[in-house]
Design a protein around this ligand. Structure first.
Ligand code: DC
Length: 335
């Protein structure tokens, strides 16, 4: 279940204005969240003390929102409160990510509820970014965007097309028209290549290495960064990657850079992969990690680098849960 917030202001206290603005607000919340009538459990409305002409719940019923419980209440008069303001909270039976809706200058009182929030989580391979990103996203009830998965899908496309990845023009030609999308099912990211979910297939050592290689091409990066910025502008999400704080979202107010010694990162990967049945040795994983670090740090375009204003967290001695708690605490401090 999710709680979706919204608010609007009225131009005047007349029944007609209450009807129009409540209808507009509820339709906007429903549209923004693709809410079906049967998913709405209840609609709670409140109005500021200067509205006397009509109960907002009555306006909601008249607007057709009558299939669920409706409730109106009066807000206390507070100094600094908006005039002629109707607020709503809809409890909805959905697992989808939600959007809050504020119309006609209705003031946003809780930034975390009302704005699109992006959190940049950068760091080298094995620093725990993607695990931490998922935990943070869950705690804050937002999405987690694994940007590495997108570079991996680009690499997989090159493998499938049999291009010589050292040939820049060949790679560029393939990536220019790549059909790459990210979707969410039950809050979980699916990476779709040519319309098919490749989330599992992009996790091989071969794809890892090739992703690091092709991600150095400016045109590949431009394409991925465009997609990432689009997603980040539409939904609140934690983006984990290499260049989120420095390049994708340089103005992002929440930037973190996770580090850990290569040996620790390799050990983590080794344990993780072993559980999945991989037979790759610790030594070869460590070698891959060192190689990828070099490639990612030394490429000319948007190399792996800590943003000047990022909070650095050395995760060597921390569990993913502890890192996630530290990230959430910092975010809450700033909200
Ligand atoms: O995070 P990962 O290991 O899944 O990423 C795979 C490769 O993609 C990584 O070696 C470098 C590249 N990458 C990148 O260049 N920029 C990002 N934002 C994310 C990943």
């Amino acid at each position: 279940m999710k709680a979706i917030r919204g608010a609007t202001t009225l131009a005047s206290d007349t029944p007609q204005e209450v009807r129009e603005k409540v209808k507009e607000l509820l339709n906007a919340v429903a549209d923004a969240n693709s809410l079906k009538a049967h998913e709405m459990i209840c609609i709670m409305l409140s109005s500021t003390g200067d509205i006397h002409s009509l109960y907002p719940a009555k306006a909601a019923r008249e607007a057709g929102f009558s299939g669920c419980a409706l409730y109106s209440s009066l807000e206390p008069d507070m100094e600094g409160s908006l005039a002629l303001c109707v607020r709503v909270m809809i409890l909805a039976d959905t697992d989808r990510a939600i959007k809050h809706v504020y119309l006609h200058g209705a003031r946003v009182l809780r930034k975390d509820l009302s704005q699109v929030i992006n959190i940049a989580l950068d760091g080298p391979a094995g620093s725990g970014k993607s695990t931490v990103s998922k935990i943070v996203a869950k705690k804050l009830d937002i999405l987690s965007l694994d940007t590495g998965a997108m570079y991996r899908a680009a690499a997989l496309k090159c493998i499938r097309e049999g291009v010589d990845y050292a040939e820049k023009s060949q790679v560029e030609r393939i990536i220019e028209n790549i059909d790459l999308r990210v979707e969410y099912r039950d809050g979980k990211q699916l990476t779709l290549l040519d319309g098919k979910d490749v989330s599992g297939e992009i996790r091989t050592a071969q794809v890892s290495m090739l992703a690091s290689y092709v991600s150095a091409y400016p045109s590949v990066r431009a394409k991925m960064v465009f997609l990432q910025r689009k997603i980040a502008s539409e939904v609140s999400c934690v983006l984990d990657g290499r260049d989120i704080g420095t390049n994708v979202l340089p103005d992002c107010p929440f930037k973190f850079f996770l580090t850990a010694a290569p040996e620790i990162r390799a050990r983590r990967r080794y344990e993780e992969d072993r559980l999945k049945g991989s037979t790759q040795t610790y030594e070869s994983i460590l070698k891959d990690i060192n190689e990828r670090d070099e490639q990612d740090k030394n490429r000319a375009v948007a190399p792996l680098k800590c943003a000047e204003d990022a909070v650095i967290i050395d995760t060597s001695e921390m569990t993913a849960e502890e890192v996630a708690v530290a990230v959430c605490e910092k975010v809450q401090e700033k909200i």
